[in-house]
Ligand binder design. Structure first.
Ligand SMILES: [Fe+2]
Ligand SMILES: [Fe+2]
Length: 201
């Protein structure tokens, strides 16, 4: 039987690994789109930080099968992008990094959260991060399902293509089709300091 702190530590490690993968992929998509270097860098930084707010939630939802969350818990989970933003705004990150984190779950057709932003009202960084984040989530094992292979993940995203900026999506497809995705997402040994958990107190 796992206790609360070991669940939180596990979530922390998973979150760090997810952040690194999303950051790598988002950076390459941004480069593929020929965005300026500083924009690519800010998007990569947002990739690392985007789900940090989930760790604030893990002490309330620890041990829960995420697929089996109630509607209320689901709503609660959806606060994580704002929570991430609230945490990182106290540090010296660029405005683009902050807004990329805040809006990384907005959908291009306006059906996302937290503000139902639509189209180009969604900051470019968030449009890039949304595609990278979704793909990485799909090709990763989850407690409630095994990872999808890259082709299946792409098909799933094509079915939901309304969620993405077409220019981003085309760059994303080119990256997935031409780069070594295994290398982009390969899990390097992650060093972390347990004291970092203090910011989630
Ligand atoms: Fe997220
Ligand atoms: Fe994420």
């Amino acid at each position: 039987m796992q206790d609360e702190s070991s669940y939180i530590l596990e979530d922390f490690k998973d979150g760090l690994s997810h952040g690194i993968k999303v950051s790598n992929l988002a950076f390459i998509i941004a480069k593929e789109m020929k965005l300026d270097d500083d924009i690519c860098y800010d998007i990569a930084m947002a990739g690392l930080l985007h789900d940090v707010g989930k760790l604030k939630l893990s002490k309330y939802l620890y041990g829960r099968n995420k697929e089996g969350l109630t509607v209320e818990e689901m709503k609660y989970m959806r606060t994580h992008s704002k929570l991430s933003y609230d945490i990182i705004q106290h540090y010296d990150f660029s405005y683009l990094t902050l807004e990329t984190v805040l809006y990384h779950h907005e959908n291009y057709d306006g059906s996302g959260y937290p503000e139902n932003l639509k189209g180009e009202d969604i900051p470019i960084g968030a449009r890039v991060l949304h595609a990278a984040d979704t793909f990485i989530a799909l090709i990763s094992d989850r407690p409630y399902r095994a990872a999808f292979d890259a082709d299946t993940a792409m098909e799933i995203m094509i079915d939901e293509v309304k969620n993405y900026d077409m220019e981003v999506f085309i760059a994303f497809q080119r990256v997935v089709n031409t780069c070594d995705i295994g290398k982009i997402v390969s899990d390097s040994e992650i060093e972390f300091d347990e004291n970092m958990l203090e910011i989630f107190e």
